[in-house]
Design a protein around this ligand. Structure first.
Ligand SMILES: C[S@@+](CC[C@H](N)C(=O)[O-])C[C@H]1O[C@@H](n2cnc3c(N)ncnc32)[C@H](O)[C@@H]1O
Length: 239
């Protein structure tokens, strides 16, 4: 018998990981080639001009850092107060960053407000992808861009499995997220089984939903340039 819904479980899981999530391998975007690669990827997708950007599920504010570095005005939301606390502290004093506690599936932001909506590692964990996509289309200005960076965490490719093994070896030398123990792994598995994308988030599953929502000019470019710099088994992006 559960007294918690799926969304509460997801929020609890991420809140518990907030203070050590930056130690998880491949999550931080350190200055240097990896930050450059991310900045280039975003610049290519949305252009060089400073924009009004909504970042969904900002977590500890790593992608926020990429966006702020590109000169954008960023509204960054997350539904975990603990995650937001880390992000807020990281970007304290930056007048172009606004952090809000909100559900990415129902942002409550005004219609046609943003030039771009961006998220990394959120879509795989949505509880209602159709509703979320409709909300993101609603808050975008006409002609705005949606950028989704994500991976198929349920069924990593053979390359992803090898990368996962390499990560575990590297972690034994370089340190790891100390909070991610057996209990957290069990919690993750329990959540994963109940998600709409429990069978995996693939371009083949996501693209029709994006199209049916009303997005046009959909592209799925390779994620290789930024993935290569972090050794993380990410697979695809949809813009
Ligand atoms: C894997 S972390 C990714 C964090 C960040 N996007 C990044 O890539 O560094 C997932 C984040 O999504 C947030 N999240 C999950 N579902 C959400 C929802 N429905 N609304 C807002 N935040 C959500 C979690 O709180 C967590 O911070």
């Amino acid at each position: 018998m559960r007294n918690h819904g799926l969304k509460e479980d997801i929020r609890d899981y991420w809140s518990k990981r907030s203070s050590t999530f930056d130690l998880a391998f491949g999550h931080r975007i350190p200055p240097g080639p990896e930050l450059e690669a991310w900045a280039t990827t975003v610049r290519v997708a949305v252009g060089p001009k400073p924009l009004k950007v909504l970042e969904l599920a900002c977590g500890t504010g790593e992608v926020t850092n990429v966006l702020l570095g590109l000169g954008h005005e960023v509204t960054a939301l997350d539904f975990s107060e603990a995650m937001l606390g880390v992000a807020r502290a990281k970007h304290a004093g930056n007048g172009r960053a606004r952090f809000i506690l909100a559900d990415a599936e129902r942002t409550m932001e005004p219609d046609e407000t943003y030039d771009a909506v961006i998220c990394r590692h959120l879509v795989w964990t949505l509880t209602d992808p159709e509703q979320a996509l409709a909300d993101w289309l609603r808050v975008l200005k006409p002609g705005g861009r949606l950028l989704v960076f994500d991976g198929d965490w349920a069924k990593p490719t053979p390359v992803g499995r090898v990368a996962g093994l390499a990560v575990r070896v590297l972690e034994s030398f370089m340190g790891h997220d100390p909070y991610y123990d057996g209990a957290m792994s069990q919690m993750h598995g329990d959540i994963m089984r109940r998600l709409p994308f429990s069978q995996g988030l693939t371009v083949e599953r996501l693209e029709p939903l994006v199209r049916e929502t009303g997005f046009v000019d959909i592209a799925c470019p390779s994620h290789d340039p930024s993935a290569r710099h972090s050794a993380e088994p990410r697979t695809s992006g949809t813009g």
